[in-house]
Ligand binder design. Structure first.
Ligand code: SF4
Length: 378
């Protein structure tokens, strides 16, 4: 048994943010109740394959899972606990958009067993939220966070994004300081990346909006590292900080290459160097599941060298690092000297500057010419 996880993808959103390239859709409200039933049917069909696998985490992500009715969310979680070997104290996370929750809904979700809440805040600057085409305001984040505490949530994470058009270092500092002032248990802060097939990517390609400035984003990363460290957060992964003991167990599973089952439209699964994924369009997913078929859209088997490279990439994202014996000493030495790596007890760990330059660092440590497909945007 190997401490596996279950990821459930809910692809519905109130609106679509201009930078988003997730498998997420606005305007499919009519599918929501049927979608919950499809998730349960897919889980039912997958359960025998995962018999004997101890599940230590469940993560409902999206999209915006809290667009579903709380009763449907409760039903999905109860079904997973019933059909899989979910450990008693499993971490159960639900992602939320601040505009889709209130105290009553959060109380219902906590009572159902979702003990960890991850909210998409992105910024406390109204202009930055507008630039990202987020529909919520800074005040709705504050209100939703207060409601979460009043509902009894003791494990709350906020997602932040830095580097949007018009965001200054000062604005980012105010956002980080407000996040710190909330005394969150966990924060994820991501550099805005531009995907060409998104509305924002097209605006940038047309010269209507400037692309993110990498030097400014590097300064923003360094500032976040300093402020979160000073506030007692542990920078346990490139984009994630936690108070001690509040690291996200589910996401750690991805970086540690533990097995996970993905349920829902476009969800990915992984076990024993085998990765497979579901079809992305929600209607197609529901049709396949409704017909009693597996909704698999593709798969890949990793050979030994790809699996090794993936492990190096993923472990170097975290403070876990890699055994020094995995790389030739002459490849590591320049980075130890240059301050991208540190070594303790035979383990190489990236410094914060090394985390910032992770792709270049890993390529230089290994003989790979490009990172493994699918790892660049995790
Ligand atoms: S709320 Fe999240 S998943 Fe939905 S469109 Fe915006 S960024 Fe994408």
């Amino acid at each position: 048994m190997s401490a596996a996880g279950i990821y459930v993808h809910v692809p519905f959103c109130l609106t679509r943010c201009g930078y988003c390239d997730f498998n997420a859709y606005a305007g499919l409200d009519h599918l929501r109740p049927h979608y919950a039933r499809a998730l349960i049917a897919e889980a039912e069909a997958a359960a025998p394959d995962w018999a004997g696998e101890e599940m230590v985490s469940i993560f409902l992500g999206g999209g915006t899972p809290t667009t579903l009715d709380p009763l449907d969310l409760t039903g999905v979680l109860a079904h997973l606990r019933d059909r899989f070997e979910v450990v008693e104290d499993a971490e159960a996370t639900i992602e939320a958009n601040p505009d889709t929750v209130d105290r009553e809904k959060l109380e219902a979700l906590l009572a159902a067993g979702f003990d960890r809440l991850s909210m998409g805040a992105q910024s406390f600057d109204r202009a930055v939220l507008a630039s990202l085409e987020r529909i919520h305001s800074p005040d709705s984040v504050r209100t939703a966070f207060k409601a979460a505490r009043e509902a009894g949530y003791q494990n709350v994470s906020l997602d932040l994004i830095y580097g949007a058009d018009g965001e200054s270092l000062e604005s980012w500092e105010r956002t980080v300081r407000e996040a710190v002032a909330l005394a969150l248990e966990h924060v994820s802060a991501y550099a805005l990346t531009i995907e060409p097939a998104t509305p924002l990517g097209r605006k940038i390609a047309a010269g209507l909006v400037p692309p993110p400035d990498p030097d400014l984003q590097a300064d923003m990363f360094a500032l976040a590292c300093d402020l979160f460290r000073d506030a007692g957060y542990r920078h346990y992964e490139v984009s994630n900080w936690a108070k001690p003991g509040y690291e996200c167990l589910h996401n750690m599973g991805y970086w540690e290459r533990r097995p996970y089952l993905g349920l829902g439209a476009g969800a990915h699964s992984y076990r024993d160097d085998h990765r497979w994924w579901n079809v992305r369009p929600p209607e197609e997913y529901m049709t396949l599941v409704g017909a009693g078929r597996r909704p698999t859209g593709g798969e890949e088997h990793l050979g030994p060298s790809d699996a090794f490279l993936e492990e190096v990439f993923l472990r170097l994202r975290t403070l876990e690092g890699i055994p020094a014996s995995w790389v030739e000493p002459e490849r590591a030495e320049p980075h130890l000297q240059g301050g991208l790596l540190s070594e303790a007890g035979g383990t190489l760990v990236p410094t914060e500057r090394g985390m910032l330059l992770l792709n270049e660092l890993v390529l230089s440590l290994t003989s790979a010419s490009t990172p493994p497909v699918g790892l660049l945007n995790m």
